[in-house]
Design a protein around this ligand. Structure first.
Ligand SMILES: Cc1cc2nc3c(=O)[nH]c(=O)nc-3n(C[C@H](O)[C@H](O)[C@H](O)COP(=O)(O)O)c2cc1C
Length: 173
């Protein structure tokens, strides 16, 4: 479970150009593997990560609708790219550009998911952070039950305004 007692701080860890932060999960999002760079950035020991829900590194600045989009896409058997602000064990944060893909078993069923994260461009973070802030504000204003719909609507309005698909928006940043 995510640790609600961690107080977020302004301490940022910045990914290096050639870093890859990798993790694998089971179909429910329970971490089954993470590489040494994941461990370094998250600040958790490997033993704390394996068997934990991936939301252990969820940052409260991330809108719920962003994760809904991720889960809807990967559960449909498709890849997804997303900018994500993560929270380390000490409350610090780190931005990643994540590629998440389903892992298929021999019968074609989804047996888990893999995420490989690279260093996002600063300009992309600067562009996406206000979008996420707007989504989060809409989610808070709407209340728990309507939050995801409200956050999603902010994103859909932006896509309609720019005439881009979600993928086009992500790769235009
Ligand atoms: C392979 C994989 C990687 C994920 N990586 C992250 C991540 O880096 N950060 C994150 O906050 N959530 C990540 N998630 C999503 C979490 O499972 C979860 O949906 C999210 O943290 C929101 O948590 P919540 O629904 O409890 O609020 C990942 C999920 C999968 C399947």
């Amino acid at each position: 479970m995510k640790n609600k007692s961690i107080v977020p701080t302004q301490r940022e860890r910045v990914m290096r150009e050639d870093d890859f932060i990798v993790s694998k999960t089971d179909p429910r999002g329970i971490i089954t593997y993470c590489n040494p760079i994941f461990i370094e950035f998250s600040g958790y020991a490997e033993a704390e990560l394996l068997g934990a829900q991936h939301n252990i590194i969820r940052h409260p600045d991330m809108p719920r609708a962003a994760f809904k989009l991720v889960w809807d896409t990967i559960q449909a058997g498709k890849e997804v790219f997303a900018y994500v602000k993560n929270m380390s064990k000490d409350g610090g944060f780190y931005w990643v550009f994540a590629h998440i893909t389903p892992d298929f078993g021999p019968g074609g069923q989804i047996v888990g998911y893999t995420s490989v994260r690279r260093c996002p461009k600063r300009s992309a973070i600067e562009a996406i952070a206000p979008v996420y802030a707007q989504m989060l504000a809409a989610e808070r204003a709407a209340g728990a039950r309507e939050a995801i719909a409200a956050g999603t609507q902010v994103l859909l309005d932006l896509l309609a305004k720019t005439g881009k698909s979600y993928e086009e928006l992500v790769f235009s940043l």
